[in-house]
Design a binder for this molecule. Structure first.
Ligand code: PHE
Ligand code: FE
Length: 290
């Protein structure tokens, strides 16, 4: 779920004031469940050695009593035991304040629809596969679970400061597209990567994108793209360190300081960057040529 875009400005008919709706698990068709199972099998085979140890450990919470799309009630019961989180269904993207309020209260909002068979590799709106397979394993990690709560609280603050675009970039480059340095090497933890077959390979193996050491201010200055693979990834040393630096830093002065600085392009490398890969950007250049 993307933190900075939304489509409606009030809950649609049938949704509560917090925008949640019943998942209505019984309404999924056999075809819907088969799509989940197909995507699950494909990614579960690809990700050992690529996804972070935390994400791989968390995948176990998705192994429920029945195959197919997880039943959110059963999933929430499991997650609740691990880290106190729940998964609630929403019709699609929700307003920012609603999204942050759910996070701050340990509720992860997930789309309840699943992509069609002709959209296995690409779709714009987050569906249940992205939201649940991509995000939920990390919610079973106690440190990351706390990070998302703090992020939700920070989101409510950012709204007051009018600095949501800055905070949204932090979400994008950590929760959605983050990489982490582990004992075995670089690993994926971002949900947008783990839920994509192509990007799971590209983010780690391709010489095109930059891979840069995570720096809070740097990330909050950096634009991102929503239409294709990222041109830069930011690498955290550990989840403990990500939590520590974001919780210990008061973002208000940072937001003020950033207002005086220009944004950085998606492919920029600047003084002070800890560059792990200086990307060739060949992939993006070829896509531009078409
Ligand atoms: N410390 C941040 C603030 O002052 C809150 C925050 C924590 C934001 C963790 C994101 C992640 O607003
Ligand atoms: Fe997401």
């Amino acid at each position: 779920m993307n933190a900075d875009t939304h489509v409606l400005d009030r809950p649609p008919a049938g949704a509560g004031v917090d925008w949640t709706i019943p998942q209505d698990w019984a309404a999924y068709t056999p075809e819907d469940h088969a799509t989940w199972d197909l995507l699950f099998a494909r990614q579960a085979a690809l990700l050992p050695g690529r996804a972070s140890e935390s994400w791989l450990r968390g995948l176990d919470v998705l192994k429920l009593s029945k195959p197919g799309i997880p039943d959110f009630d059963e999933l929430s019961e499991r997650l609740m035991k691990a880290t106190g989180w729940q998964v609630v269904a929403v019709p699609g993207l929700v307003p920012d304040a609603v999204f942050f309020d759910h996070l701050a209260n340990r509720r992860f909002v997930a789309g309840n629809f699943i992509r069609r068979r002709d959209q296995l590799d690409y779709l714009q709106e987050p569906d249940v596969f992205h939201d649940v397979f991509g995000h939920v394993p990390m919610l079973a990690d106690p440190v990351f679970a706390d990070y998302l709560v703090a992020y939700g609280q920070g989101g409510l603050r950012a709204l007051e400061y009018g600095s949501l675009n800055r905070l949204a970039r932090l979400y994008w480059y950590t929760v959605e597209f983050g990489l982490v340095e582990e004992a075995g090497g670089l690993r994926i933890y971002g949900s947008g990567i783990v839920s994509s077959r192509g990007e799971s390979i590209f983010a780690l193996d391709d010489p095109s994108p930059n891979r840069i050491g995570f720096d809070l201010k740097r990330v909050m200055r950096t634009e991102y793209r929503i239409d294709d693979y990222q041109q830069s990834y930011f690498v955290i040393p550990s989840f403990e360190e990500l939590l520590r630096v974001t919780v210990e830093t008061d973002f208000a002065p940072l937001y003020a300081a950033l207002d005086g600085l220009p944004d950085l392009a998606v492919d920029a490398i600047v003084d002070g960057d800890r560059v792990l890969t200086h990307g060739s950007q060949t992939y993006a250049a070829e896509r531009r040529r078409g």
